[in-house]
Design a protein around this ligand. Structure first.
Ligand SMILES: [Zn+2]
Length: 288
């Protein structure tokens, strides 16, 4: 990790869009209002970011950036975010379940989503990050992590394993990925894992960033405080849609969390920045 005074906290939004909502959270509970709620929350996030000089990472589904019909497609919103200095990452093409995809299907999802999100952003090579839908795969055999949820029919597909996914992401010009995994020895011992013991690292030229916490409750703040103590950068994630739900990603947690984070920023303990802006620092560090 680079030697520095303050750590960087990156806030990554899993911006599912209607296609992502249909393919994940609300497939048979369809409500048009959910699409509108998510977009309204994103607009509010952009206002908050502007008034407090914050930069977020929005990992959006590629299909959402295609020309089409509002609220299903919103290329103009992607352009607005990119123009305001937020980082646009890919959250796949249509929120696929990667463990069940063949290599050629993964490649198509990664390439097409990057192509259209780059185009909507208005910058060449704007998209550098990939945030896997459902945080899958969680299997990383090389690290002794196996998740039953990633299993598929024989033969095992490439999308079943973090290591093989990095190779495809790298050849599709991605530079970072957010990952989540739990090594086998923690599972069998039922030992509580220290989330921050897993450090960011480069694999196949892709910076893999552990998802340090999803949500904005007191655990998110504890994670940031530990990051400050350990001089380790932190990734906190949430869903724009979930800001309007009652769980730990709700507005009532997010606003006080951000207030506290801004206090840390005023004290020069944290920077709140994109991951793209962190890449250079990592490349000059010993991690590689
Ligand atoms: Zn998602």
């Amino acid at each position: 990790m680079p030697d520095k005074q303050s750590i960087t906290v990156s806030i990554v939004w899993d911006f599912d869009g209607p296609i992502g909502q249909i393919n994940s959270s609300y497939p048979y509970n369809f409500k048009k209002e959910n699409f509108e709620t998510e977009l309204r929350n994103v607009e509010r996030l952009l206002e908050i970011a502007e008034s407090r000089s914050l930069k977020f990472v929005f990992a959006a589904t590629g299909f959402s950036a295609e020309e089409g019909i509002s609220p299903v497609n919103f290329p103009d919103l992607i352009r607005e975010m990119a123009t305001k200095g937020h980082e646009i990452a890919s959250h796949s093409w249509k929120h696929e379940w990667f463990p069940h995809l063949r290599e050629d299907q993964i490649r198509k999802s990664l390439k097409r989503s990057k192509l259209i999100l780059d185009k909507a952003s208005g910058f060449e090579d704007a998209v550098k990050g990939f945030v896997p839908p459902f945080s899958r795969p969680m299997t990383w055999l090389k690290k002794g992590a196996f998740s039953w949820g990633d299993r598929s029919a024989f033969p095992l597909y490439r999308g079943c394993d973090i290591q093989s996914l990095t190779r495809i992401a790298s050849s599709s010009n991605y530079r970072w990925m957010r990952i989540s995994y739990n090594p086998f020895w923690y599972q069998i011992r039922r030992k509580k894992r220290d989330r921050l013991s897993m450090k960011p690292e480069f694999v196949n030229g892709v910076l893999l960033l552990p998802q340090d916490y999803m949500g904005f409750d007191k655990n998110a703040l504890e994670t940031v405080k530990r990051g400050i103590d350990l001089n380790r950068d932190i990734v906190i994630s949430g869903h724009p849609m979930a800001l309007s739900l009652s769980k730990n990603e709700a507005w009532k947690y997010f606003i006080p969390f951000m207030d506290k984070l801004l206090q840390f920023r005023d004290q020069n303990q944290v920077k709140i920045d994109t991951i793209e802006n962190r890449l250079h620092g990592y490349k000059n560090s010993a991690i590689q």
